[in-house]
Design a protein around this ligand. Structure first.
Ligand SMILES: [Zn+2]
Length: 468
């Protein structure tokens, strides 16, 4: 090689090196930008433990207000925003449930304050039975239990709750920052079908592998890591009643302990829980703080194991949809029936009749249908998050998981409006508490008509464009 060619080769080598360095610099520059251009999230938590010892929700047998506190209760918010700026807010509440009017009022305020449309808000409750009575949820159950002082406390709490949800969503929006969103799924097995398994027998049934009836033991997990790789938020769900405890202390029950378990393992992260289709599922065994902690630990361990494993990235955009479908009641009672019921020896039947008569007298006649809320979100191309109202039995989650293709399917119940149990056609036909007996405690006029399951499932498919 001549000296001239050697010099040329050297120049070319240097140029290539510079170009490689430049390319490397561009790559380094592009990676975080790309991250910033995919997802953002922000999470926050605000304490909603009642300031006063007011009446507790969920059990008719309680005879006095709360007397202590086992855990705090929380309102939490997770804001998700995709690259195009599509935004959704999932609010989780350590509460029994929201009624339709309170949910609407909360959403109206979030709309005014933060420009959020109804379909951009999912209000999910844990269904803890160790929280306060929430507005008009389960009204006939609490009707005779509340004196005027307690009724004032219930109204004041609902008012304060609206402010707290506003506050937590505002904080979560302030915390919006680029994240990597990932998802995975674990398993926890303490839920059992309460219609099919005797609670006192559960130890033997498990030992002999004789637990029967459908259950759903998946633990879906969504994780957000910031640009430093720190875990900032974890959203997870489980299909099981939060009814380990029935005492007189505020408690998030097993979901409260599960959230504590995840947050302790990952300091600085906000852990949020949504209740799945656990209308007919109970934690077994139950009835002690120790068991609430044990089940909470099992669930937290399942979430933490998913977080340690290879989680899959969420890529694509966020779509949010919300609709209300009219689900039909069976034949409505006539006024004469309600008048007769209002004199019933059964205090709950009488309370329901009085509530319904007062509605009719106020110019709001009974409706043959109920406006049932269905929210379907797509998190990228990977996850379909379906949030259903009411105490949805497990058949819905099993059916939707089977029928919905094109990604993982997560089905929350207890979302947006907890108006009643939502039985499948099977459970409705079988009857029992979840099949219709519980309607009285929710103040609805009668049981659902057989078309309920198909109407809801069709509503989900229509929103997701998945056909059926
Ligand atoms: Zn329930």
């Amino acid at each position: 090689m001549s000296a001239k060619r050697m010099i040329l080769a050297m120049i070319l080598t240097i140029r290539c090196g510079v170009m490689l360095l430049l390319a490397a610099a561009v790559t380094c520059f592009v990676v975080p930008l790309e991250a910033a251009e995919t997802w953002k999230s922000g999470a926050a938590a605000v304490n909603i433990t009642p300031e006063r010892f007011m009446w507790m929700a969920g059990y008719a047998a309680r005879t006095r207000p709360a007397e202590g506190k086992s855990t705090e209760l929380w309102a939490k918010a997770l804001v998700l925003e995709d690259a195009e700026g599509n935004r959704g807010v999932i609010v989780t509440l350590d509460l029994i449930g929201l009624d339709r009017a309170l949910a609407a009022s909360i959403c109206d305020k979030l709309g005014e304050r933060y420009g959020l449309k109804r379909e951009q808000i999912a209000l999910c409750t844990s269904h803890t039975h160790s929280g306060p009575v929430v507005a008009r949820n389960l009204r006939p159950m609490h009707y005779y239990l509340l004196d005027d002082t307690q009724k004032e406390l219930v109204d004041a709490y609902a008012h304060r709750l609206e402010g707290k949800v506003d506050e937590v969503v505002g904080q979560a929006i302030e915390h919006l920052a680029p994240v990597e969103l990932t998802w995975g799924s674990g398993t926890a097995k303490f839920a059992a079908n309460r219609r099919n398994n005797a609670e006192g027998e559960i130890k033997r049934l498990r030992a002999e592998n004789k637990v029967v009836g459908p259950s759903y033991h998946d633990v879906p997990v969504l994780a957000a890591h910031n640009e430093k790789g720190e875990l900032t938020a974890v959203l997870f769900g489980y299909a099981c009643h939060a009814t380990v405890l029935d005492g007189y202390e505020w408690s998030g029950d097993y979901p409260g302990h599960a959230q504590i378990g995840v947050e302790e393992a990952h300091p600085g992260c906000v852990a949020l829980f949504w209740a799945g289709c656990g209308g007919d599922q109970n934690p077994m065994p139950r009835r002690s703080v120790e068991l609430a902690k044990r089940h909470g630990r099992e669930l937290a361990d399942a979430v933490n194991a998913v977080l340690k494993a290879d989680m899959k990235p969420i890529e694509g955009s966020l779509t949010t949809a919300y609709t209300e479908v009219a689900i039909p009641f069976a034949k409505l009672p006539q006024r004469e029936q309600l008048v007769a019921d209002s004199q019933s020896d059964n205090v709950y039947v009488a309370a329901r009749a009085k509530v319904l008569l007062s509605e009719i007298d106020a110019g709001r006649p009974l409706s043959a249908t109920y406006p049932y809320p269905i929210a379907c979100w797509k998190l990228g191309n990977q996850v379909q998050f379906v949030a259903l109202g009411g105490e949805v039995v497990v058949d819905y989650a099993l059916r939707l998981k089977e029928e919905l293709r094109g990604g993982a399917t997560w089905v929350a119940g207890y979302s947006n409006d907890v108006m009643a149990y939502i039985p499948s056609k099977r459970v409705l036909t079988e009857g029992g508490y979840e099949g219709g007996g519980a309607m009285v405690y929710y103040g609805l006029p009668t049981v659902w008509a057989p078309e309920v399951e198909e109407t809801i499932i069709r509503g989900v498919h229509e929103q997701l464009g998945s056909g059926n």
